[in-house]
Write a protein that binds this ligand. Structure first.
Ligand code: GLP
Length: 264
């Protein structure tokens, strides 16, 4: 894993945007895996800025989002589809038909078929080139809660109590937070060619330390990322504050700049 520790949220977002931009300049028809939540907001803002200011082109790009709440239509203000439209897709020249978010409006009984089709659609595009991830306070990635299998695929999942509490801030009460979601599996995520995990704030420090330096265990779903050969983790100081090897990561970060290579 390549661990980059930045001074603040803005620097995390700028670094992440520069990685996405590099991917798109090398491969204009790239397939991006995208995440929701407050963490990637700065990244999306920066991508919109680069699109407007430097002409970053999304016309050939395809995207797949990690997850969606079950029971919300795409028009619901808390749906991840609305989140992506409002924070990124409506402001860049992407073709909406190439943006994929699992459909949370289907009855639970249709979820299995929809999830199989979602996976098939990823395969038809040739696979995800770069997957952006956030991390839950309990160490989840997408909605793969503790206990999720490392080989899990896109499926219907039940949310963890901590996730419901964490996400209640977007709803008027905790009771309104959906209890189920459709989520890419850990196995699906690990098939991306490259992965970018973003985490900021001290409320993520424990999850980050467990994901990056702890044992690979299904109790910390993000620890499965240690099994992938090309993962970059971009943290702010607060999210990195419980890392035992922080000074070594900083040393490697400097060495990368001197030598001009990426060290995973
Ligand atoms: C949700 C999403 C995750 C996201 C996590 C963290 O539960 N399903 O994909 O990583 O929240 O969100 P935030 O960035 O708001 O802390």
């Amino acid at each position: 894993m390549r661990i980059l520790i930045k001074d603040n949220y803005r620097d995390v977002s700028v670094e992440a945007a520069s990685m996405v931009t590099t991917t798109l300049r090398q491969k204009p028809g790239a397939v991006l895996g995208l995440a929701t939540g407050s963490t990637p907001l700065g990244l999306y803002e920066e991508l919109v800025r680069i699109h407007r200011g430097e002409g970053l082109d999304f016309s050939d790009v395809t995207t797949f989002n990690l997850d969606e709440y079950l029971g919300l239509t795409g028009e619901h203000p808390q749906s991840y589809r609305s989140f992506m439209d409002e924070n990124l897709f409506n402001h860049i020249n992407i073709r909406k038909e190439r943006t994929h978010v699992p459909d949370g409006s289907l009855p639970a009984g249709d979820a299995e078929e929809m999830c199989l089709e979602f996976e098939a659609a990823i395969r038809r595009t040739g696979g995800i080139d770069l997957q952006v991830l956030g991390i839950g306070g309990n160490g989840h990635i997408a909605f793969n809660e503790p206990g999720s299998s490392t080989s899990s695929r896109t499926r219907l999942v039940a949310l963890d109590e901590r996730t419901i509490k964490d996400n209640a801030r977007f709803y008027s009460s905790e009771d309104e937070v959906p209890r189920f979601a459709l989520s890419m599996g850990i196995g699906t995520i690990l098939e991306a060619r490259e992965i970018l995990l973003l985490a900021t704030g001290e409320q993520k420090a424990q999850a980050v330390a467990a994901a990056v330096e702890g044992p690979v265990t299904n109790q910390v779903p993000s620890s499965a990322l240690q099994l992938h050969p090309r993962v970059t983790v971009i943290l702010d100081e607060a999210a990195a504050s419980l890392l035992q090897n922080a000074s070594r990561y900083r040393f490697i970060q400097k060495a990368e700049k001197q030598v001009g290579v990426q060290l995973f």
